[in-house]
Design a protein around this ligand. Structure first.
Ligand SMILES: Nc1ncnc2c1ncn2[C@@H]1O[C@H](COP(=O)(O)OP(=O)(O)OP(=O)(O)O)[C@@H](O)[C@H]1O
Ligand SMILES: [Mg+2]
Ligand SMILES: [Zn+2]
Length: 482
């Protein structure tokens, strides 16, 4: 099925589906019922609140073949369908923002006297009409003075102050406004239900807040949340993650870790943040602001000098490493810098190395010679291995989507990724993923074989292991691991 953005998919196809703007919708419906539409309309209001949507509904109400001029277009006749598909010959949409309308208005002047082809009227929707050039504006004004009776103009703008009074006075004007929380939620709930997702009130509130009353923006946020969450329900956490908002509890938790100077806990905390897809830079910026607030509030958890030092460290490292792609590394560096402000870097680095090594030990490194195993055998069994692995963790399928079996050498299977899949490669390096694949290999081939994950780009093989990570860290601190 073709992917359609949700706000297009859920663009109202009749007036009942429009939320908010009750009075405007009622008046327009009445004039359709009574066949007493004006020749020109001006719709003003913020982005994404239904101006174009309403304009198209008018076009449909005027053109429906089945129900006549109507406020309940059938959505089934040829004209209704063509309008729904943006493909109706008598509906001409001009986007004044794109080339300021010079060509279009010229064409409009030339063709305006032609009768409609399939509908009852020719409908011109001119979006962002305030962007028209002066000449185009004047041309438009002329046509508005004496519009042919087979034409309806609907002008839309987000900036009514820029529209000449002479234009405004020739139009019936409707000012659309931002949607209220309950109006926006009504639509969001409907869409979520349709997409088989439940959404709670806290999530709705946050989406509404972030969309500042624009229905289109609200639907876009909802769409991102839906497409990125595997869970049945939409929770505040998933919305926050999409919006890059770090929950306050997470910041408070991390501050308590800083206070307790617990390196292992901090490392795990950052790993989890990273695993869950939080924006690490954003997290530390929020942390810095939170620290500043604490300091201003005279919170005694830290000395003033400590607050300043921590805030300084955060911005200093963020700035120095703004091009570092490995954001988890960035997190580690800031964390260790904060802890090591008065301590010996080398000692801390040693401790990290110990943590990393203990992690390694959990996975026993058995040396088994697999003399009988060849690349061909692995290749032959590869599909089976993958299906075993996927059955144990379905998300592996997403990680390995672009991956290829690359080579086998010295008891190691190398798996390659195209350069643009660096993220997936980075995920696969992690024990929680690689172990599943290695277990599947063992299950199918009856022998233990390790895996390595390489990036293939411009004929070069870039290998990356978790060791690089510690190395980079060491490099930064200039410490030495002994
Ligand atoms: N009042 C509304 N009721 C239901 N859905 C709406 C409403 N307003 C906007 N939408 C949704 O948002 C999308 C965009 O709306 P529309 O194009 O009508 O906005 P607009 O006011 O013309 O914005 P812009 O000024 O950016 O052109 C629609 O496809 C629809 O899904
Ligand atoms: Mg619009
Ligand atoms: Zn119809």
């Amino acid at each position: 099925m073709k992917h359609v953005t949700l706000y297009r998919k859920y663009r109202p196809t009749n007036f009942d589906e429009v939320v908010g703007e009750k009075d405007i919708i009622k008046t327009i419906r009445n004039s359709l019922k009574r066949d007493s539409l004006a020749h020109a309309y001006l719709f003003t209001g913020p982005r994404g609140v239904g101006k174009t949507t309403t304009a198209r509904l008018i076009a449909k109400g005027v053109s429906c073949l089945k129900n006549g001029i109507t406020d309940t277009p059938c959505n089934k006749c040829e004209n209704c369908i063509d309008i729904n598909n943006n493909n109706f010959i008598d509906l001409i949409e001009i986007d004044a923002a794109s080339n300021r309308g010079i060509e279009e208005i010229r064409a409009l002047k030339e063709k305006i006297n032609y009768q409609p082809v399939k509908g009852r009227k020719k409908i011109y929707i001119i979006d962002e009409v305030h962007m028209l050039t002066k000449e185009a504006f004047n041309a438009l004004l002329k046509t508005l003075e004496e519009p042919p009776s087979h034409v309806i103009f609907i002008l839309a703008t987000t900036e009514p102050d820029k529209i000449l009074d002479t234009i405004i006075s020739r139009c019936q004007r409707y000012d659309f406004s931002s949607l209220s929380f309950s109006e926006a939620s009504e639509k969001l709930l409907e869409i979520a239900a349709n997409e088989q997702k439940e959404i709670d009130i806290e999530s709705l509130k946050l989406i509404y807040k972030k969309s500042s009353g624009s229905m289109r923006d609200a639907i876009s946020i909802l769409e991102k949340v839906i497409s990125s969450s595997v869970e049945e329900n939409i929770t505040l956490e998933s919305v926050e993650r999409i919006l890059g908002i770090i929950p306050k509890e997470k910041i408070e938790k991390f501050i308590s870790i800083i206070k307790s100077k617990h390196i292992k806990e901090g490392t795990e905390f950052l790993d989890e943040l990273w695993n869950k897809g939080y924006d690490i830079e954003g997290f530390f910026k929020d942390l810095a602001y939170h620290m500043k607030d604490m300091m201003v509030a005279d919170n005694k958890d830290f000395e003033v000098s400590e607050y300043i030092k921590i805030i300084e460290t955060i911005f200093d490292v963020l700035n120095k490493f703004k091009n570092e792609e490995d954001k988890r590394l960035l997190g580690y560096i800031i964390f260790y810098k904060i802890l090591s402000n008065n301590e010996d870097n080398v000692k801390i680095i040693r401790e990290i190395k110990e943590i990393k090594e203990t992690e390694e030990e959990i996975k026993p490194k058995e040396k088994i010679e697999n003399n009988n195993i060849t690349f061909e055998i692995i290749n032959e069994k590869w599909k089976e291995i993958l299906s075993v692995a996927y059955s144990n963790k379905i998300s592996l399928k997403a990680m390995l989507y672009t991956a290829k079996l690359y080579k086998y050498s010295e008891n190691i299977i190398y798996i390659s990724f195209p350069e643009e899949s660096a993220f997936h490669r980075d995920m696969m390096i992690r024990d929680e993923y690689s172990s599943i694949l290695e277990n599947a290999i063992e299950e199918v081939l009856h022998t233990k074989i390790k895996t390595k994950y390489v990036l293939l780009g411009n004929n070069t093989v870039k290998e990356k292991t978790d060791d690089d990570f510690v190395e980079k860290l060491v490099e930064f601190f200039d410490g030495e691991i002994k």
